[in-house]
Design a protein around this ligand. Structure first.
Ligand SMILES: C[S@@+](CC[C@H](N)C(=O)[O-])C[C@H]1O[C@@H](n2cnc3c(N)ncnc32)[C@H](O)[C@@H]1O
Length: 273
């Protein structure tokens, strides 16, 4: 009981940092060049998009419902998957991020331009980059909901939003390690995520390696659990997932732009037995 109280307090302390999260600043820090330079294969974003593209196309991961946990203000993580599922559900802890997603999806009024991303993913799929508007339309038509989410709840979505174990696939990028106070909470959160996924469904987990903080606004420094590859594998296994693939990207010095101390990025493909 005391251990549980301590964990709840530590989780609440991390949540408090999120009050100052600025979607616009976060997008600028992480989703513009050099981190999103589509002319370079060693830039972080093209690496992530390639991992996702391969998982969905080469491994034929498909089904009815794709759920993205902790979407933040970003859409890149579902640009491949949206072609392989009938319904895509986005989610975030913060209303400012859910609003930012809505701006692009519903009103087309986001200040952030996802066009280069859409073009790049079209090219990965062997289509002309000029097909980007079709992909944008596809994305807008398959995203049916943007739910609040809390990965520290046994069932992370609001009651009645989604039946348990109904997702055919889960995606989550840079959420768990940046919303958890320690490795044990990270593992616990993975177990909670599993309650959303059907047996036999896939989890595509992207995250930071060796990161202790990131900036979410000019004066908002959010603590992160510094993970290594062995911890990611151990947490997946302890939360009941079978690990199918782990790929690692190491940051080149020019990707370190002063907005975090991340050393690498992992992409894990896992299955719920
Ligand atoms: C580093 S951002 C990642 C955003 C995006 N997925 C990406 O790839 O850039 C971490 C996200 O986790 C969300 N978050 C914070 N606490 C959370 C919690 N308890 N449950 C779920 N998401 C949370 C934040 O609102 C934020 O959008």
């Amino acid at each position: 009981m005391e251990k549980e109280n301590r964990r709840e307090k530590a989780v609440a302390a991390v949540a408090a940092f999120y009050r100052g999260f600025d979607p616009e600043a976060y997008l600028k820090y992480n989703y513009t060049p050099p981190r999103a330079d589509f002319s370079r294969s060693d830039s972080i974003v093209p690496w992530k998009l390639n991992c996702l593209h391969k998982a969905f196309s080469e491994d034929a991961i498909k089904g009815d419902i794709l759920v993205d946990v902790g979407s933040g203000p970003t859409l890149y993580q579902v640009m491949s998957g949206c072609e392989h599922f009938n319904r895509v559900i986005l989610s975030d802890f913060l209303e400012v991020n859910r609003n930012e997603l809505n701006k692009w999806l519903k009103d087309g009024q986001s200040n952030f331009d996802w066009t280069p991303y859409l073009k790049h993913v079209c090219e990965l799929e062997g289509r002309s980059s000029s097909a980007w508007q079709e992909k944008a339309e596809r994305l807008r038509s398959v995203v049916t909901d943007i739910f609040p989410v809390n990965i520290h709840h046994p069932f992370p979505f609001p009651p009645g939003s989604l039946p348990a174990s109904s997702a055919d696939c889960l995606v989550s990028s840079f959420c768990l390690e940046s919303a958890s106070p320690d490795v044990s909470s990270f593992t616990h959160a993975l177990r909670n995520l599993s309650s959303l996924l059907r047996n036999g469904g896939h989890l595509l987990l992207i995250g930071a390696l060796g990161e202790s903080f990131y900036m979410a606004a000019p004066d908002v420094r959010i603590p992160v659990v510094p993970l290594d590859e062995a911890q990611v594998c151990a947490s997946l296994s302890a939360s009941g997932f079978d690990l199918l693939q782990l790929s690692v990207y190491r940051l080149t010095p020019d990707m370190l732009v002063g907005v975090d101390d991340v050393k690498g990025v992992f992409f894990a493909k896992a299955r719920k037995p």
